[in-house]
Design a protein around this ligand. Structure first.
Ligand SMILES: Cc1cc2nc3c(=O)[nH]c(=O)nc-3n(C[C@H](O)[C@H](O)[C@H](O)COP(=O)(O)OP(=O)(O)OC[C@H]3O[C@@H](n4cnc5c(N)ncnc54)[C@H](O)[C@@H]3O)c2cc1C
Length: 437
């Protein structure tokens, strides 16, 4: 594509890419945002979609809708596959396997991360990760399906117990939130709906390699979170690695000698531990002749451009700079920073200031009226933490409609204990992981 104004191609409409595109609204540039999906996804609430609290529509917003008033922005559905830095083109695959090419003056790589099984890809078949809407719906299908299976098996107590055992690998925010929500689903929403089983008997295992859950949080908050998980009935196992998963079991190996191996009969295993860069990052790094880090992230200069390639920028989770964490705030601020800088360069400026991240804190939901929030010296847990958590999440959800709808759903759930978003779809999670041929 040839345009009079510089053409900025943004790959990925997550927190980083969307903020970058929006910051360019009044800049003398043309923007094309390419994403493999049609919606901007609010990943921090994926677990609520997976456990039947929120619909997929509540946690995602159509990218075209979000950018509809930005006249210099265009949107393309497709998966970026490769770049040619000499020709300044990026090749994008369409969903039918055909491809097209976009010429760029500035390329912004904001493709995020995907679930990593650390070389054990075979685990994916039995233990879905939680990064995409497809993942959330696959997890919902597994969880809701497990209760239904247990209900229909009256003559085999062991099998019924295995269907009512849910294992969550990873004790970071996503794992803690998911484990807590499965227990809440079982003890509140499903409590009176089954005839054969008592959903309250659902056993939820939280399997974590570290010595405390929420290791990125202050130790007191992580202890508060642990107490809440204990009260909810989540069974936490610390200092263990998940070493094998099958259709009907999960196996853990203790990190400490004598490295005890335990196999739990469990029909639902969910994976929230470990991420790696989206494959496009590897293609970009190869084409630019830079080496990625162990997670596949692309190292960047302080201004977030790639060394030796001043018109290629990498932002959000997929960029590696100063050990900045893979959180939404870093992605949003990075997107804003690069958008502002490209706008300045397009207007004839030369400034390329270093990116300075302002840490606004982190939050994790544990259970209703229980969350932890850490911001600077502020430490909140319990009810105050939960209120702060709610305000933060609503503020960052894209679109007024999603905000109002989510507050209404949360209110209804608090009043009635019900969860209405329990429809399941029968898609194949493997196909969902690789929709582009
Ligand atoms: C379950 C979960 C809970 C989380 N909770 C929190 C939290 O509470 N607080 C917090 O701060 N952070 C949280 N995070 C992390 C946060 O969501 C990420 O840091 C953030 O999404 C990173 O933004 P990003 O724009 O870099 O990437 P993403 O948001 O992942 O967006 C990447 C985009 O790129 C697209 N894409 C990928 N490859 C291609 C390609 N080749 N071509 C075209 N498009 C492509 C994807 O479709 C996606 O839209 C959570 C993450 C998860 C998974």
């Amino acid at each position: 594509m040839t345009t009079a104004k510089p053409h900025v191609v943004v790959i990925g409409a997550g927190f980083a890419g969307l903020n970058c595109a929006r910051r360019l609204k009044r800049a003398p540039v043309e923007v094309t945002v390419v994403d493999r999906g049609t919606s901007h996804l609010f990943q921090p609430l994926l677990y609520q979609c997976a456990t039947g609290l929120l619909s997929e529509g509540a946690i995602s917003s159509p990218i075209r809708h979000l950018l509809r008033r930005q006249r210099n922005a265009d949107v393309a559905l497709g998966e970026a596959r490769s770049i040619d830095p000499a020709a300044r083109t990026v090749t994008v695959n369409r969903i039918d396997g055909s491809s097209f090419s976009l010429r760029y003056d500035h390329l912004v790589v904001a493709a995020g991360m995907r679930t990593s099984y650390r070389g054990n890809e075979e685990l994916a078949a039995h233990a879905p990760g939680m990064k995409t809407l497809d993942d959330a719906l696959a997890i919902r299908r597994k969880i809701i399906g497990a209760f239904e299976m247990a209900e229909s098996i009256e003559d085999d107590v062991d099998l019924q117990r295995a269907w009512l055992t849910f294992a969550v690998a990873g004790g970071g925010p996503a794992g803690v939130e998911l484990a807590g929500q499965i227990r809440e689903l079982a003890t509140l929403a499903l409590e009176r709906e089954f005839r054969t089983i008592d959903p309250d008997h659902a056993r939820v295992l939280l399997l974590h390699g570290g010595d405390r859950v929420l290791p990125a949080f202050d130790a007191t908050l992580s202890a508060d979170a642990q107490r809440t998980l204990d009260r909810l009935g989540v069974e936490t196992h610390l200092g263990v690695h998940v070493t094998d998963v099958g259709a009907d079991f999960v196996e853990t190996t203790a990190k400490a000698e004598p490295r005890e191996v335990i196999r739990y009969p469990a029909r639902t295993v969910l994976w929230t531990t470990g991420v790696e860069a989206a494959p496009f990052a590897g293609a970009v790094a190869d084409a630019l002749g830079v080496e990625t880090d162990r997670a596949g992230r692309i190292p960047v200069r302080p201004d977030l451009s790639v060394d030796g390639h001043p018109n290629v920028w990498v932002i959000g989770d997929v960029s590696a700079l100063d050990d900045l964490p893979g959180v939404a705030e870093v992605a949003m601020q990075g997107g804003w920073h690069v958008g502002r800088m490209i706008g300045g360069l397009a207007a004839g400026g030369t400034a390329r200031p270093a990116f300075r991240y302002r840490d606004l804190g982190s939050a994790a939901y544990i259970a209703r009226r229980q969350a932890v929030v850490q911001a600077g010296r502020i430490r909140l847990s319990g009810y105050p933490g939960w209120l702060a958590w709610g305000v933060i999440h609503i503020a960052f959800l894209a679109g007024i409609r999603n905000r109002l709808g989510t507050v209404a759903t949360w209110g209804a759930t608090l009043l009635t204990d019900s969860r209405r978003e329990r429809a399941i779809t029968y898609g194949d999670p493997e196909t969902a992981r690789h929709p582009y041929s």
